[in-house]
Design a protein around this ligand. Structure first.
Ligand code: ADP
Ligand code: MG
Length: 238
C-alpha cells in the first residue's frame, strides 16, 4: 500500500505556478527525501500534504484515504519545521502534552506517551525546562517529540537541521535515521543538502521548478542521474 499519494497536484499563488501537476507515491514505512534548490516548491508540497495549504487542483491520499479537503489534525501527520515552533511560555513537558490534552486523552495515556517519546529522543532530563533554556539541537528533539507523542502515521520534516551548526547537524541526522529504523513510520524529509539526502534516504525525489525530475534510490540518482540538472545538483561525476 502507498502511504502518501500525490495525484496531479497543482498550486499557484496568484499568477505564480509553484507546483505543476505533480505526482508522487511514497511507500509505507519509507524514508523519502525531497531534494531541490531553494524556491523549487518543497515546503509548498509538504504544506499541502499536511493540509496547511489548499491545493489549487489535484488530490492527496494518505493510506488510500482521500484527505485533500480534510483538516490538518485529522490527517495522521506530524510536521517538524526548521524553526522548531515550540510554545515559549510552556515547559518541554507542556509542549509535548499540549496537543494530547486537546484530544482529551486520559492522563495515564498522556504520561506513557511522554515517557516513551522522551526516552527515545533522550530529552528526559529536560522536561521541566522552557525552550529558551535549550540548545538548538535539544529544541529540535522536542519538536520531533511533539509529533512522536501524537502517534502519527507520517512524519514530515522541513529542513529540520538547517538552523544547527555542523556538529549538531550530523548528530541529529544520525538520531533521525535511528528514529526511523525504530519506528517504521513513513517519513518525508525536505532538504537542499545533498549529503543529508544521500545518507538518510531510502529514495530521493529531486525537484526543480515544482516538478519532480527523478525519483530513485540514492545510488541510482548518484550514478545514473536522468538529466543534467540532477547530475549537477547531486554532484555526481559527469
Ligand atoms: P522551497 O521550500 O523549495 O524553498 P517554497 O515552497 O517555499 O520553496 O516556495 C516555492 C515558490 O513559491 C517560491 O518561488 C516562493 O517565493 C513562492 N511562495 C511560497 N509561498 C508563497 C506565498 N505564500 N505567496 C506567494 N508566493 C509564495
Ligand atoms: Mg522551504
Amino acid at each position: 500500500m502507498e502511504s502518501v499519494s500525490i495525484r496531479d497536484v497543482s498550486l499557484s499563488f496568484g499568477a505564480v505556478h509553484v507546483l505543476e501537476k505533480l505526482n508522487l507515491d511514497v511507500r509505507e514505512g519509507e524514508f523519502l527525501v525531497l531534494l531541490g534548490p531553494s524556491g523549487c516548491g518543497k515546503s509548498t508540497l509538504l504544506n499541502c500534504i499536511a493540509g496547511l495549504l489548499d491545493v489549487s487542483d489535484g488530490q492527496i491520499f494518505i493510506k488510500d484515504r482521500n484527505v485533500t479537503w480534510e483538516q490538518p489534525k485529522d490527517r495522521g501527520i506530524g510536521m517538524v519545521f526548521q524553526s522548531y515552533a515550540l510554545y515559549p511560555q510552556m515547559t518541554v513537558e507542556g509542549n509535548l502534552s499540549f496537543g494530547l490534552k486537546n484530544q482529551r486523552l486520559p492522563g495515564d495515556d498522556i504520561r506513557a506517551r511522554i515517557d516513551r517519546a522522551s526516552k527515545i529522543l533522550q530529552i528526559e532530563p529536560l522536561l521541566n525546562r522552557k525552550p529558551a533554556q535549550l540548545s538548538g539541537g535539544q529544541r529540535q528533539r522536542v519538536a520531533i517529540g511533539r509529533a512522536l507523542v501524537r502517534d502519527v502515521d507520517v512524519f514530515l520534516f522541513d529542513e529540520p537541521l538547517s538552523n544547527l551548526d555542523a556538529k549538531l547537524r550530523s548528530e541529529l541526522r544520525v538520531e533521525i535515521k535511528r528514529l526511523h529504523q525504530k519506528l517504521d513510520n513513513t517519513m518525508i524529509y525536505v532538504t537542499h543538502d545533498q549529503i543529508e539526502a544521500l545518507t538518510l534516504a531510502d529514495r530521493i525525489a529531486v525537484m526543480k521548478g515544482g516538478v519532480i525530475q527523478q525519483l530513485d534510490e540514492p545510488l541510482t540518482i548518484y550514478n545514473r542521474p536522468r538529466n543534467l540538472f540532477v547530475a549537477g545538483f547531486i554532484g555526481s561525476p559527469a
